[in-house]
Design a protein around this ligand. Structure first.
Ligand SMILES: Cc1ncc(COP(=O)(O)O)c(C=O)c1O
Length: 398
């Protein structure tokens, strides 16, 4: 018996059974549908990409996994070298884990221990954003602001180790002024808050955050699990403003295998580098640095560079703007577009009931949430396929 995610098992509709997948297409026994959300935003090269599939097969012929405790291997070394060159500035120190949520936990643990290692034990608090989503593990839920998880915080009682602010500069400045002595980090999904409702905001907020973090000695964490690898129209938001810790997941492996990485800059890494074993980072997921994941991630990044994926993403954004910008219909609150993400926010979430089935009948897989109908397509999508996705979205309001 499978217990499915985010579902009331008693009332959930039968999931679609996928029997094959290629390029942007998912195949059921009944029809082919375009995956307009890239398997939770991860499958950026589409399904069954020959280069990525070959990378997994070739690595499996050697070994699929060995632990990183006391062992190392070429795939993890090569991926780490690649990330060092691919990521901006001195974001050079890669700590791997098996999912985005765990990588966020690692980032938060790093930030706390960084200050404990310096003897600044009062820095126990985290600044975060309203509508944030950082994953489903416990600390990730706490820094997140998802109503679905508020019951957990209520169950444990008010602890207040996390403060949430909106993406507005005055609120940011006020929070730093008031709380800087107790903060170890500010964590944000930069430019685009995904699961909290596809909310887009300006880089000016991030620039001010960087200044304030520098002024008050607070670490800045970018959770780019969703935004990384081009989704916002930037390779990384970290190309615009550099964080101290960067979290990547989802598209890291082109959506082939669950894997994530928490990348620290030199300042953070040096905060642990010592003769004192108590200053080491105490973390180590069994499957960190999995050889299959690292091999496919390396190839995924090579494809991203060699085949000029940023141009593909800009083309997706152009077509999307042409088709969707200014689109209005009764019930629509706002259409938002950023890079390879488009969101139609409706006034009443109930007005999206039935859309998933409607889209399926038009040959599109979609999964609206909250009051958001959205698309985050694989970057290799053709214009014709993208048009089908966008026309389907519009047709629902006709
Ligand atoms: C910004 C962000 N952080 C973390 C996560 C959690 O990643 P995972 O589902 O791999 O644990 C997600 C997943 O949607 C996310 O969007």
């Amino acid at each position: 018996m499978i217990w499915y995610p985010y579902e009331q098992m008693k009332t959930m509709r039968e999931p679609l059974k996928i029997i094959d997948a290629e390029s942007v297409w998912l195949k059921t026994s009944e029809r082919e549908i375009i995956d307009s959300i890239s398997s939770w935003w991860s499958v950026i090269h589409g399904y069954k990409h020959p280069v990525l599939t070959e990378a997994v097969k070739a690595q499996a012929d050697q070994f699929s996994h060995v632990m990183l405790g006391g062992l190392t291997h070429e795939p993890v070394q090569r991926l780490s070298d690649k990330l060092r060159n691919f990521l901006p500035g001195d974001l050079d120190y890669c700590f791997y884990s098996d999912s985005g949520s765990v990588a966020v936990e690692v980032a938060l643990k790093m930030a706390l221990q960084y200050y404990v290692n310096q003897g600044e034990r009062q820095r126990t608090k985290v600044l975060s954003l309203t509508h944030a989503y950082h994953g489903d593990t416990f600390k990730a839920m706490e820094v997140g602001d998802d109503e679905d998880y508020h019951f957990i915080l209520e169950a444990y009682g008010e602890k207040k180790t996390v403060f949430h602010i909106p993406t507005e500069i005055p609120a940011l400045e006020e929070a730093f002024e008031k709380r800087h002595e107790e903060l170890n980090c500010l964590i944000v999904e930069p430019l685009l808050q995904g699961a909290g409702g596809m909310r887009m905001y300006d880089a000016a907020f991030l620039k001010r955050a960087r200044q304030l973090c520098d002024r008050y000695g607070v670490l800045l964490i970018f959770d780019e699990v969703a935004t990384g690898f081009g989704r916002t129209g930037n390779r990384f938001a970290a190309d615009l403003v550099q964080p101290d810790i960067l979290v990547l997941g989802k598209a890291l492996t082109g959506g082939y295998i669950g894997h994530a990485v928490t990348v620290a800059n030199k300042k953070v890494y040096d905060g642990f580098y010592s003769d004192d074993p108590r200053k080491a980072l105490m973390h180590g997921p069994t499957f960190m640095g999995n050889a299959l994941a690292c091999s496919v991630a390396l190839k995924s990044i090579e494809l991203f560079e060699q085949e000029d994926y940023m141009a593909k993403i800009h083309r997706i954004e152009q077509i999307t703007r042409r088709e969707m910008e200014g689109f209005e219909a009764p019930g629509i609150r706002e259409v938002r577009i950023l890079g390879g993400c488009v969101c139609v926010e409706v006034k009443d979430a109930d007005s999206l009931k039935g859309y998933q089935q409607f889209a399926y009948e038009q040959g599109v897989f979609s999964r609206p949430f909250l009051n958001c109908m959205y698309a985050m397509v694989p970057y290799i999508i053709s214009e014709e396929e993208l048009m089908r996705v966008l026309r389907t979205m519009k047709a629902w309001f006709a």
